[in-house]
Write a protein that binds this ligand. Structure first.
Ligand SMILES: [Zn+2]
Length: 291
């Protein structure tokens, strides 16, 4: 059983993933979509076999440490009660990427000594950031600013879009499923769902708003305004921008946990956050299938 209200290291997250795959081998397929720069596996669990999948990712930012285990709990939940979605899972599948940035996750939980590569470790230590606030990958790049899209800007250590292993791994999944029906990226802080994509036409944003409002009513989260979505120049290059611009399908950002939460995120956030978001992936497919 995936237990909540406790901290999981990277190895413990992987252990949970292996156990889920073993327990629900008829429903889940585990694959490794790539390796982080410090050579940790980036896992994917696919539920169902359809090429028409909803892709869900978590843990792109290291310090946002509760969404990975919540995603595993959601997978377990869906596997225990597949009848609720078995019809849906004949036509669609769910691709879960619970831990996109394993190096950053491990730093935020355990400190900089968890980076084994001495060059990377030395480089990121020079940033002087308290380890529990670390959101970058194992060599100090914000993966969620690294995607090749209209809003990409060179910033920090990043020289070109798609430079990072983790970015390439996620792009690889998007390309592996050209018939995917949408993408949800789970982040932390704000209890808000963002749907507006500046580079996309009004018709796209209208449809995206409808889906976001549906999911928002389940989670009781706020809806991000289009003005907030423009952000500042340092906020572009996100995975949702890339996915929406290339594949023209819905790409939503779900921010869990209250805005005032501090890092490291208290494990006490896990149970009620799980209740808030557990229906989101299936409900996306339900709503999508009725359009
Ligand atoms: Zn984030």
């Amino acid at each position: 059983m995936v237990k909540l209200n406790q901290t999981y290291t990277y190895d413990e997250i992987m252990q949970c993933i292996y156990e889920l795959e073993c327990r629900f081998s008829d429903l889940l397929k585990l694959s490794v979509i790539g390796y982080s720069h410090d050579e940790r596996k980036i896992p994917m669990l696919q539920m169902g076999t359809s090429e028409k999948c909803l892709i869900c990712s978590a843990g792109i930012h290291g310090r946002e440490s509760i969404n990975p285990i919540l995603m595993l709990k959601i997978i377990e939940d869906y596997c225990i009660c597949p009848e609720s979605g078995s019809k849906l899972l004949e036509e669609y599948s769910l691709c879960f990427l619970p831990l996109m940035n394993p190096d950053g996750y491990e730093i935020a939980l355990c400190g900089y000594q968890s980076i084994r590569n001495p060059i990377y470790r030395h480089t990121i230590l020079m940033d002087g950031i308290p380890y529990e606030e670390w959101k970058f990958n194992g060599r100090g790049v914000d993966i969620n600013r690294n995607f090749p899209c209209k809003s990409f800007r060179v910033q920090g250590r990043m020289l070109y879009p798609g430079s990072e292993n983790e970015t390439q791994a996620l792009i690889g999944v998007f390309r592996q499923f050209p018939n995917s029906v949408g993408y949800i990226d789970f982040h932390s802080r704000g209890q808000i769902i963002y749907y507006f994509r500046n580079a996309m036409p009004a018709s796209y944003n209208k449809e995206s708003e409808r889906m976001a409002k549906h999911l928002q009513s389940l989670a009781h989260y706020d809806l991000g305004s289009s003005a907030e979505e423009f952000g500042d120049v340092s906020s572009g290059g996100n995975s949702v921008n890339y996915y929406s611009e290339i594949f023209k399908k819905l790409a939503l950002t779900v921010e869990t946990v209250a805005d005032e939460a501090v890092f490291p995120l208290d494990t006490e956030y896990q149970i009620h956050t799980y209740e808030e978001i557990k229906k989101i992936p299936f409900s996306f497919l339900e709503k999508y299938s009725k359009k």
